[in-house]
Design a protein around this ligand. Structure first.
Ligand code: XLS
Ligand code: CA
Ligand code: CA
Length: 438
């Protein structure tokens, strides 16, 4: 194995005062926070596609970053070099998990049998690396959106033959995920959506997507997959309208088709803002549905209407994310950096800076979220706000022991209700600021 990142040995915690660009300022892996170490709270993962594949191409220009790792792109040697580079990178940062699409791992051939044989080879190679390093797989998935045959969708395609290829990819990606001991399996609805209802039967397409997911559950369980399946909501891009619009839509879809026992949600920060929600909103909706599974830890740019996948640096957002995660009792999945360097940040050093930024942002978010919980003022206020439902008629409403007529009679007796009380938003926001910046 070659050394791909010889400019850094191991990224260590040096504290907020450190000016070392290759040190953590806040991520102190063994530090205890609310009874668990930072490392346990924050199972960070590397996204194979952004870190080891994406080289900065965009619609207007060619690659800016060299991700050849000394091999010829498009070869199995290159696929292996990526594995070597990826594991060296993760070890140096102390990242304990990775996530992958099938076609991130190997070059895709026109013949699916050739691609599958390549996947067998590369997963053998990755398994060995995992054994020698202790690094694990967070989740796997199938890329069912890049190949032109998926132009009309995968589960939602109009072509029964293409549907077979979607099924074949899901089956193989599940095989790989189980072989690598993945904690989860993700369905991000790539091109599962539409551009115009003039050529689209929504009900037909939703039924087919659900059927594919059901078959995936049956097959996954039959080969020993015990983890969670995830839907990753996103409202648009690449399609004008994506079916898994947001957490509420995905939760309702899962319940409607009887998939809720096997599926949870993988909430991505950037997709939340694209849906017109906050990241915190999406996490809360997932949590109250019992579906908060995993997180794609990144950040969008609210001035841009697309999925920019920034490395997260917004500490306020990260704090509110960790507040939701702590309140929900943690994740069954982890924090996958579905994030890429900006196109001009094109050196291997930049890749380290991206992860150091992201890991420090979430570590700081964890510390601040724990402080908000320990401080208690926000939670106390929230409880007090609904106190009228704790006794008397309010308690009877909560227990479902009252009729519409009885409530109407109570209103008639009161003539007019007492004022419901201030929401105190500014007071609460100033508490958050005083905790964030003390
Ligand atoms: C794209 C998605 C994708 C999924 C995995 O917007 O974020 O990267 O996470 O297919
Ligand atoms: Ca994602
Ligand atoms: Ca994304």
């Amino acid at each position: 194995m070659g050394i791909y990142f010889d400019f850094v040995d191991k990224v260590r915690f040096e504290g907020p005062g450190s000016k070392n660009p290759f040190a953590f300022k806040f991520y102190d892996r063994d530090r205890a926070v609310l009874g668990k170490t930072m490392r346990e709270h924050l199972p960070f993962a590397l996204a194979w596609w952004h870190s080891l594949v994406n080289s900065g191409t965009d619609m207007f220009g060619a690659a800016t970053a060299d991700k050849s790792f000394g091999a010829v792109p498009g070869t199995m040697e290159h696929a292996c070099a990526r594995v070597d580079a990826g594991f060296e990178f993760m070890q140096k940062l102390g990242i304990e998990y990775f996530c992958f699409h099938d076609v991130d791992l190997v070059p895709e051939d026109d013949d699916i049998n050739v691609t599958n044989a390549r996947l067998d080879r590369i997963t053998d190679y990755i398994s060995k690396k995992m054994k020698s390093t202790g690094i694990k797989c967070l989740w796997g998935t199938a890329n069912m959106f890049s190949n032109p045959h998926f132009m009309n969708g995968a589960g939602s395609t109009n072509s029964a033959a293409v549907y077979c290829f979607a099924a074949a990819q899901v089956k193989k990606a599940l095989d790989c995920t189980v072989k690598l001991g993945g904690r989860g399996y993700v369905f991000w609805g790539g091109r599962e959506g539409y551009e115009t209802l003039l050529n689209t039967d929504i009900q037909f397409e939703l039924e087919n997507i659900a059927a594919l997911m059901k078959m995936a559950v049956v097959y996954g369980r039959s080969i020993g997959f015990t983890g969670d399946f995830y839907i990753e909501p996103k409202p648009k891009e690449p399609m004008k309208h994506q079916y898994d619009f947001d957490a509420a839509t995905a939760a309702a879809f899962l319940r409607y088709y009887g998939l809720e026992k096997d599926f949870k949600l993988n909430i991505e920060a950037n997709h939340a803002t694209l849906a017109g929600h906050t990241f915190q909103h999406e996490l809360r909706i997932a949590a109250i549905n019992g579906m908060l599974g995993s997180i794609d830890a990144n950040q969008g740019d609210t001035l841009l209407g697309w999925d920019t996948d920034h490395f997260p640096f917004d500490v306020y957002e990260a704090t509110m994310c960790l507040y939701e995660v702590l309140k929900a009792g943690g994740l069954t999945g982890g924090f996958n950096f579905d994030a890429k360097n900006r196109r001009p940040s094109c050196t291997p050093e930049d890749l380290f800076h991206g992860f150091i930024l992201g890991m420090d942002t979430f570590a700081l978010g964890l510390l601040k979220a724990a402080e908000i919980i320990e401080d208690g003022r926000v939670d106390t206020f929230l409880k007090k706000r609904y106190a009228s439902f704790e006794s008397g008629i309010g308690a009877r409403i909560r227990r479902g022991e009252i009729t519409l007529e009885e409530l109407a009679a109570e209103a008639a007796k009161l003539k007019e209700p007492p004022p419901p009380g201030s929401g105190c938003q500014e007071y609460l926001e100033s508490i958050i600021n005083s905790i964030l910046f003390r």
